[in-house]
Design a protein around this ligand. Structure first.
Ligand SMILES: Cc1cc2nc3c(=O)[nH]c(=O)nc-3n(C[C@H](O)[C@H](O)[C@H](O)COP(=O)(O)O)c2cc1C
Length: 235
């Protein structure tokens, strides 16, 4: 198989996650922004990043608060995922338009999205200006998951969540499982069993879960402009 070389190199690392980042500024105004330039950057301390253009309405909110929540969407949330990536807080209240609800987070003041199965709370440690995007490096300070995916032994089943991926402009469901970490060198195939997790792992999360219900706040104008490349889906 021969390869051709693009004249201009670009981002071709796909699939990537596309996530719904929820945030709140100091005045209490909240928003959701879709982000595909995101990922894990360190295991210990647990750290993640999001890269955001200065033109986004969310950008000053992020700079001001230094906090955000990465909400992983499931297949049911794909329409909202797209909507929050093509409409700005400058013109709409995305919570209201998509019927999404704010849920109090465990540690950060930014709200989580109640409808999202997984919410990862982050505190910004560094902002790196890179060019088109600024990279917000952040420490993961809390992770909350929908308890329907935790079995009676306390094991969390990410494979049951119905996560989605983003690949070169398209939202994709995940296909069949092809293997598990380390299976290529495993002597005997392991039985499909999840490691039980100590009960105490989730105790704190449950204790800190508070009832949802706040409605979203005012929809003031910001200077946000969108510069996504609609053809290739480059954020
Ligand atoms: C699938 C997808 C991925 C996106 N990824 C990013 C991203 O990584 N960084 C970014 O700055 N904008 C990204 N965007 C664009 C913003 O989500 C979009 O401009 C949004 O309307 C900004 O909202 P705001 O003005 O309310 O902050 C993405 C959009 C979509 C649809």
């Amino acid at each position: 198989m021969s390869k051709i070389t693009f004249k201009k190199p670009g981002n071709f690392i796909y699939p990537v996650p596309a996530v719904m980042v929820s945030l709140k500024d100091k005045s209490g105004r909240t928003n959701i922004l879709t982000v595909a330039w995101t990922g894990t950057i360190c295991s210990d301390p647990p750290m993640a990043y999001i890269s955001v253009r200065k033109s986004r309405g969310s950008y000053p909110m992020l700079r001001e608060s230094g906090e955000f929540v990465i909400n992983l969407p499931d297949e049911k949330l794909v329409k909202a995922l797209d909507y929050c990536g093509v409409r700005s807080i400058a013109t709409v209240d995305k919570w209201k338009e998509m019927g999404l609800h704010e849920e109090e987070s465990a540690i950060v003041s930014a709200p989580s999205i109640k409808e999202a199965p997984v919410s990862i709370e982050c505190k910004v440690t560094q902002v790196l200006p890179l060019g088109s995007h600024d990279m917000f490096l952040a420490e993961v300070v809390a992770v909350r998951v929908n308890e329907q995916f935790i079995d009676e032994k306390g094991a969390f089943h990410m494979d049951r969540v119905g996560l989605v991926a983003y690949s070169h402009g398209d939202y994709m469901s995940l296909g069949e499982k092809l293997g598990s970490f380390g299976y290529s060198v495993r002597k005997k195939p392991l039985l499909e069993k999840k490691k039980p997790v100590k009960k105490s792992t989730f105790a704190k999360v449950k204790d800190t879960q508070k009832p949802a219900g706040k409605s979203s706040s005012a929809n003031k104008k910001t200077s946000g402009k969108n510069h996504s490349n609609k053809k290739t889906g480059t954020p």
